[in-house]
Write a protein that binds this ligand. Structure first.
Ligand SMILES: NC(=O)c1ccc[n+]([C@@H]2O[C@H](COP(=O)([O-])OP(=O)(O)OC[C@H]3O[C@@H](n4cnc5c(N)ncnc54)[C@H](O)[C@@H]3O)[C@@H](O)[C@H]2O)c1
Ligand SMILES: [Mg+2]
Length: 346
């Protein structure tokens, strides 16, 4: 059947998305109100910084701590520890005030991140017993809520490092203590951290799913199709256009799955969906300018790839086994959902 009009169906539009309720709802509300106050009140935020925990970054690489062979955790420090390090390395204590507020733990401890890129990396690592690791690699090492925390911490630090000047006047901007905004010293314009909306979609023909790779991806890694929203587009329009542009297919239905903040290239807001194409109109017509390859994968191939928790190693010259993004990436969630759904309908 030729689809002449937009026939994108959002299935089960009224199906509720369950949120993980905190054990005590009122503590969640009070935490959120507390964070709100810290964003508005510089003095309160400076006080919170003294009793909070700090994640350190060095030139945007997070500090992790090896806990056992191959297992890493985010290294969290106290303000007093950081002051000690700054003092020993001859850095002004004021560097601490360039920390940005990231959140608040379940036990009501405010969390900050700080980039110590002006200090010698090896010296900080030695003093902390940790190691600064590239963020993409860190995503393979961190488990649970630590990956989104470190992503948020890095993204906010990056935003400050690249928004020191007003784009209208060219004059310096000044941040508030929490780091939730910057204001132009000349015209008073307020800037807030931004994310670029991206739609990510796992296309299926009912039996197989479509994954693609860009030439810049690590060898052997395939992911779901993704693309930035154009100005004025809806999620459905971006999804339909990106699939058409990148692989020459027309999707027939879509279903929302979830969303995530992704710190690359400069903070994206990923909206993740499943979509279907008709099995008799599933021939890929690759846009070689954007993608190196796009292929249909069977359930068996996907199940094998999902078992690999770290990128497979291959000898030089040998083809690398097919693998998928780490569990924190929403592409992984889409692939896992598709595999579970397809298996249960076999
Ligand atoms: N979290 C995940 O699971 C996951 C998986 C796949 C891709 N992604 C992310 O999705 C993002 C978009 O995917 P893509 O690269 O295929 O997009 P894309 O297909 O839209 O192609 C990228 C190109 O779009 C243009 N572009 C338009 N608006 C842009 C903007 N705001 N920022 C940067 N470039 C812009 C640029 O020319 C760029 O080269 C990437 O940043 C990637 O890291 C995340
Ligand atoms: Mg793309």
């Amino acid at each position: 059947m030729v689809v002449t009009t937009m026939q994108l169906l959002l299935r089960s539009p009224l199906k509720p998305i369950r949120l993980l309720a905190s054990r005590d709802c009122s503590s969640y509300v009070s935490r959120m109100r507390y964070l709100m106050r810290l964003k508005e009140d510089d003095d309160a935020c400076r006080v919170a910084l003294q009793s909070g925990t700090l994640m350190l970054f060095h030139k945007l690489a997070p500090l992790l701590r090896p806990t056992a062979r191959g297992i890493y955790q985010l290294h969290k420090l106290q303000a007093s520890d950081v002051k000690g390090i700054l003092g020993k390395l001859g850095e002004n204590e004021q560097l601490l005030n360039t920390s940005v507020l990231i959140g608040c733990s379940d036990s009501d401890v405010p969390q900050f991140s700080l980039d110590v890129g002006s200090l010698e990396q090896a010296a900080v690592e030695e003093m902390c017993g940790g190691v600064f690791i590239d963020l993409r690699k860190a995503f393979f090492l961190l488990k649970g809520p630590e990956a989104p925390l470190v992503a948020k911490g890095q993204a906010l630090l990056r935003w400050h490092q690249t928004h020191a000047y007003c784009s209208a006047t060219g004059q310096p901007t000044e941040r508030n203590q929490a780091g939730s905004q910057r204001v132009c010293l000349q015209n008073g314009a307020t800037y807030y951290p931004q994310m670029a909306p991206v739609v990510i979609v796992l296309v299926s023909d009912g039996r197989r799913c479509l994954l693609a790779r860009q030439s810049t991806f690590p060898r052997g890694m395939y992911s779901a199709l993704a693309g930035f929203c154009d100005m004025g587009e809806t999620t459905e329009e971006t999804l339909r256009r990106e699939v058409a542009e990148e692989v020459g297919l027309e999707v027939e239905s879509l279903q929302y799955s979830g969303s995530q903040h992704w710190p690359f290239p400069q903070s994206s807001f990923m909206v993740a969906c499943h979509a279907t194409v008709s099995p008799d109109r599933a021939e890929v017509n690759l846009n070689g300018a954007e993608l190196e390859d796009a292929r249909w994968f069977t359930l068996e191939e996907i199940e094998e790839a999902l078992k690999r928790k770290t990128p497979p190693r291959s000898k030089k010259g040998e083809p690398t086994e097919f693998w998928v993004p780490p569990s924190y990436a929403i592409a992984n969630k889409l692939i896992l959902e598709w595999a579970n759904h397809t298996k249960s309908h076999k």
